[in-house]
Design a protein around this ligand. Sequence first.
Ligand SMILES: [Zn+2]
Length: 260
Amino acid sequence: MLTDSHCHLKDSSYGKSPKEIVEDGKKQDVSLFINIATSLNDSYVSSDICGEISEVFGTVGIYPHSDLGQDISSVSSLLEKIIDCNRKIVGIGECGIDLSDNKPARELKEQKELFVSHIELSLKKDKVLVIHNRNADEVVLDILSGYVGRGLRAVAHCFSSDWEIAKKFLDLGIYISFSGMITYPSRHGLREVVKNVPDDMFLIETDSPWLPPQGHRGELNYPKYVKIVAEKVSQVKEKPYLTVASLSTENACRLFKINL
Ligand SMILES: [Zn+2]
């Protein structure tokens, strides 16, 4: 049994409904899906999908470059209301810091304020922080290190840095989540992280519809391809596929506090 710990089931690029995408995933042994929000509107959608499909749990939150339309504290209280109305909301995010050049930039100072508001909400509501980090290892680690000992539960989604950085996240008690990127031939450093990460500290994900695994590059990604990520983890860690599949679900359920 596999878990896709990070997917965007209602993305506009899909010509299929979330229900159809989930059914396709179930045929490939994916039994648990965490639907990730990127904006306020998307957070309402995430809550709706959780209500419609039993295998889907979700998050609420604002991506570093999504428009807010209002001030941060108003958005935060709206997110809180969604959480209070739906027990299947298990996380806050995706949120974090994005310093890639090709985005309509929100100033770093404002990105930090938005990230901190999500961290505070995560602590207040005891929900998992789903961290988006692009080219911002030092900034993200610096902010997170201010919350040591406060019971923060968090995952570094679509981890793409090296083992030295992974160790710093793990030292903060933060889970590492692997996407299809680990299947890309050039990502040797990432496979070193796969090899070394403790068995109880990793998740797997697709980040669909983005980041399709090797063999599907240039296509849309789907949660069913999390199987390809699990197969790669199995190969790199030299552990049976079924062990990795079970770990993917056990670890996700422990982190997100989901009782199946
Ligand atoms: Zn995502």
